[in-house]
Design a protein around this ligand. Structure first.
Ligand code: PMP
Length: 410
């Protein structure tokens, strides 16, 4: 017999949907991987084309990253055994922070154990009850959760809509807050859409607001030095707080904030996940460092070009089959995340299963990760995918969508 609290949890709509799909062997979630995440991965015992990982640059299997990680474990062991504040600061953490500050041209950087904790801890430390925060409605959950922890006044605005941002800023200013902070992702993780950063930066400046940009998915892929979309759009001077995660292109686990010395020192002693959680383990810290170093080399540039080419190829193949997947991207831009709209949650699960059988693993996002009836297959390309794999995957996707469309009509 469960306590009623647990029964209530089990009755949650999301739990019921998950359980019914799981019972029917159709759930796309919690599938078991038996290999590293490359252009193909072994999913439940079978090698399949992997279009569902954030390993954009393909560094998760890179010999240099693996070597640096192994060496760090030999030297520092498996654990860090404490929070950064106490015994959990290793020379590896400091090397990683120095590398990031050097790359971003900032005064300092601070690394957290996950990207989620980075956003949570930073926002809760930075803003409070007398401030107002203006945030894109599709901003990552970690940012929105950080604002809950901060107990601040929140003004969400329509996704990527600059006039909606302006209206939200006017409303925020109307509250006479102590300070206003604008928060956006630079590349949205589900939709693959790109924030209009120049317009966002102009409005933030006009209203005297601070600006925080989450570059989790963009770091390593955009801009002359490949730091991300702030670099690409030349908005560096307008951004007060830059965040990114090590779990995407840098093929590890963790996150960081970079900016002024005062920002970083402030967070070092006030961000709760920094103080009350164990620091990232040597393996993760070393793989982040090795990945970042690689990203800065000519090989990093070649890998970025390959991701761009592959993303354009996959989109072109899908569009050629009448599948719309544009995320509202400007013609001269691109995104490693290719969303395929499916609509209904159950249709998304069915399509996903057909694709798995056809040897293609994709991500899938259903409500509440995306708006209701806005389920998508989330496809991510990497530098290591071959043309043959992507062309073949597009054919399988078109077949699976056609099959589930017929089902829906019958
Ligand atoms: N920001 C964005 C935009 C993300 O997509 C994610 C996770 N996917 C995070 C932050 C959290 O990063 P992590 O997975 O490293 O905790």
């Amino acid at each position: 017999m469960n306590h009623p609290l647990i029964d209530r949890l089990a009755a949650d709509d999301r739990v019921r949907l998950f359980s019914s799909l799981q019972d029917a062997g159709q759930s796309p979630y919690y599938r078991t991987m038996h290999s590293s995440s490359g252009a193909t991965s072994n999913v439940q015992g079978v090698d399949r084309i992997m279009l569902g990982s954030n390993n954009y640059l393909g560094l998760a299997n890179h010999p240099q990253v693996i070597e640096a990680t192994t060496e760090a474990v030999r030297r520092f062991g498996s654990a860090s055994t404490g929070s950064r504040l106490l015994n959990g600061t290793m020379s590896l953490h400091e090397e990683l922070e120095a590398e990031i500050a050097d790359w971003f041209g900032t005064e300092d950087a601070l690394c957290f154990s996950t990207g989620y904790q980075t956003n949570l801890g930073t926002l809760a430390a930075l803003v409070g009850g007398r401030d107002a925060v203006v945030i894109d409605e599709f901003a990552h959950a970690s940012l929105r959760d950080g604002l809950r922890m901060a107990r601040t006044s929140v003004h969400p605005f329509r996704h990527n809509d600059l006039s909606a941002l302006e209206e939200a800023l006017v409303a925020a200013r109307g509250e006479s807050p102590d300070q206003i902070l604008v928060v956006v992702d630079s590349l949205y993780s589900m939709e693959g859409s790109l924030a209009p950063l120049t317009g966002v930066a102009d409005l933030a400046r006009e209203f005297g607001a601070a600006l925080m940009v989450d570059e989790a998915h963009a770091m390593g892929l955009y801009g002359p030095t490949r730091r991300g979309r702030v670099d690409e759009t030349g908005t560096v001077d307008a951004v007060d707080v830059t965040m990114a995660s090590f779990s995407k292109s840098s093929a590890s686990c963790g996150g960081f904030i970079t900016g002024s010395a005062e920002l970083v020192t402030g967070l070092r002693v006030t961000a709760r996940p920094m103080i009350f959680s164990t620091s990232s383990v040597p393996a993760a810290t070393a793989s982040s460092l090795a990945s970042i170093r690689l990203m800065r080399t000519d090989e990093g540039a070649r890998r970025t070009d390959a991701v761009r080419r592959n993303s354009i190829l996959l989109r072109t193949e899908l569009r050629g089959k009448g599948i719309e997947c544009d995320s509202g991207l400007p013609d001269d831009s691109w995104s490693p995340i290719v969303p395929v709209p499916v609509g209904d949650d159950l249709r998304a699960a069915h399509t996903w299963n057909l694709l798995l059988e056809a040897g293609v693993y994709t991500g899938v996002a259903v409500h509440p990760a995306v708006p209701a009836a806005g389920a998508i297959l989330r496809l991510c390309v990497t530098a290591d995918h071959t043309e043959e794999q992507l062309v073949g995957a597009a054919v399988s996707i078109a077949h699976a969508l056609a099959a589930t469309r017929l089902d829906a009509a019958s």
